[in-house]
Design a protein around this ligand. Sequence first.
Ligand SMILES: [Fe+2]
Ligand SMILES: [Fe+2]
Length: 288
Amino acid sequence: MVKILHTSDLHFGRPAVAAQLDSLKGSIAEISPDAVAVSGDLTQRCSTSEFLKARAYLDSIEEIAPVIVIPGNHDVRWIGAVARQLGAVGLVGRSAHDFKYSKYIRYISPELNPSLEIPGAVIASCNTAHGIARGSLTRRFRDLGVIGHVNKRDLKKVEEAFSKAAPDAARIVMIHHNPIKGETSGRHGLANTKQALEAFERLGAELVLCGHDHQEAVHTVQEYAPGIVISTAGTISNRLRAGRPSSFNLVTIDDTELRITTYAWQHPEGFAPAREHSFPRSAASRSA
Ligand SMILES: [Fe+2]
Ligand SMILES: [Fe+2]
C-alpha cells in the first residue's frame, strides 16, 4: 500500500501557527508516509525570512520522509512576472523569469516541476504559479497574480516523469491551484481548468493533488476527465476559510482502492482523522 501525506499552504510568516506545524510534523512521524507532498504557498509575502523558515521546516520533515514540493502564487515575485510579460522573449524574458522564482529557487529548489517515484506511485508536478502571466489573466482584477494556469512546457515534464515510471505505478499530478471551484470561495484556481484536466487524463493521471483554496475537498471529476480524483488540501495556517479548521489529506492507494482521509485540527489535541472518501481504482489504472 502506498501512503502519501498531502499538505499545502503552510504560509510561513504571519499566518503560520507553530503548534499546527509541530503537530503536522508529529503526524508525519506517526503515519510514516512513503512521501510528503507539499502543494505550494510556503510563504505569505515571498520574503527571505519566510523562505528560510520554510526551508528549515522542510529539512526537518525530510529527515522523516521524502518530500516533494512546488511553488504557489505567494512564492512568486510579482515584479518579475510583470517584466516577463513586457520583455516577451530573449534576455529580458529570461532574467525576468529567473527573478520571478529567484527566492524559491535559492531556498527551496531549482526544480519547479519536480517528480518523485516511490514503490507503487509516481508524483509528477506541474507548476501552475506563473504570477501575472498571459495564460493566467481573467476579467476579475482581484485575481491578478492569484490565478494560475497549466502550460505545455510544464505538462511536458509531467509526461516525461510518467513515461519513465514503472508501468504499475499510480500516476499522480501535483499542482498548486484548485481546478474545482471551492465550496466557500466559489472560485477556480486555474484559468484553463478544462484543458488542464483533459491533459492530465490523457497522460494517464488518476489523482490530482492541489491546494490554494484553503478549504479541504475531495472530488471526482464528472466532465472533461471523468474518473480523476482531486485531493484539495486545506491550509496549515490561520488563513482559514469560513471558520474551517486547518487540515491535511492522507492518500492511501492499494490495488483496488484509492482512499483520502482528511485530518483536521482539533485544538488542543492536534490533527485527527475527520472524514474519509474512498474510490475504486479503475481497471485501466491498475493495469496501466
Ligand atoms: Fe495559500
Ligand atoms: Fe495560493
